[in-house]
Every structure is written in structure tokens, then in C-alpha cells.
Design a protein around this ligand. Sequence first.
Ligand code: SF4
Length: 217
Amino acid sequence: MRQEEDERHARPDEGLNHVLGQVAAQLVRRYLEGLPEQVGALPLQISGLEEILQAEIPVTLPGGDTLQLRLYGIADRLDELPDGRLRVVDYKTGLVHAHELRLQKRGEDATAATQRLLTDATPSADKVRQLWLYRFMLERSGRPAADAAIISLRNLSAGPMTADMGFLTEDGTSFLDKGQELLTNFVHRILDPAEPIRKTDDLLRCQYCPYKGICAR
Ligand code: SF4
């Protein structure tokens, strides 16, 4: 049975897997070769790879009950910056530009950017949200990250592109307290019966959705 099972799955060194493996090796080589040209990229001190992050957040519901919200994620890479602080890094295989990670547009106040972080269904907001949650989980475990960045494998020359989250603490609230506040609002919204359930605008998500058969998307 084991042999049959093995035969059903393509081996890592065959067919498309082999081609993808070669492409990945080339991208990694190109990334490493480009590091000396990036200002401030070296010395690179990696303090973690594929690190599992998790946190349990007590959220007070409108009725007074407390819900334990569990957050979980895997950070691709954690760097130790020259001053000893941490940077959480996420790799993206697709093309990402630095401006996509700026949720606060020029001349806008922090409220608009915060709202975007919380509710926008755009790929840019998704990326920043992911990094924000990584930073939040790290800080909850006593390891605050000074920076959160994306490395786009199709835009390697840009280096780590920072997702600026300064708007979250612009009013003087700490990063952790603001995170707790936003997650509480988020949970309230999810559980609000008046909030309509909408289909996502991001069709890429539907690709692997287990409900696509009944969703009629
Ligand atoms: S297929 Fe899934 S992800 Fe796409 S709209 Fe339907 S439920 Fe949402």
C-alpha cells in the first residue's frame, strides 16, 4: 500500500517538481548574490527560519463573556538587526512593490490607514495584515520586532521592503494595546449578525477554498 501511495505522488526530483526546484535554487542563488549590493543588508544575522508564532488573546464580547482568540502563523525568517532588534521577514514568490506596503497614503490620518489594515480585502492590505499579526504575536511573546518586511522573489533588487505600521501608534497607544483593541473590534465585527457575509473580491483565494463547490463563485 505504501508503494502505491508513493507512486501516486510525484517525486521531488521528477517532472514539474524538478523544474520548480531548479527555479527555486536559481532564485535563492540570485538573492544571495545580490546581498552585497544592498545597502545595510550585510552582515545578515538570521535568528529564526520558519518560526511558529502563536498567541491567545482574551476578547471581551459585547455580552460580557470572554472569547479566547487563537492566532497562529509561521514567519519565514527572523533577522537580528545590527542594533539587536528583530525584523520579521516574509518571502513572496510574486511581484511586490514597496509602495503596496504603505497603507497610510500621503496626507491621510492614521484612522484611515488603520481602517484599511482592519477591513480592506486588497492584496496589499492582506500582506501588511499578515506582517502586523506576526509582529503582534512576537511582541506578545516578549520579542518585539522593530521592523516587518517582505522580500519579493520577483523584485529581489528592492531588498526587504518595510511595511510601515507607525500609524498604529501615532496616537500614543502602544503597539500591543492597539493590536488588542483592533483584534477585539475585528472579532466583534465577525460575530455581528447584522454584518453581511460577503464573497471575497480576491479570486486567488477561491482557488483553494473548500467551500467553492457550494459558494457558486
Ligand atoms: S469560493 Fe470560498 S473564498 Fe471564494 S468567495 Fe466563495 S467562500 Fe469565499
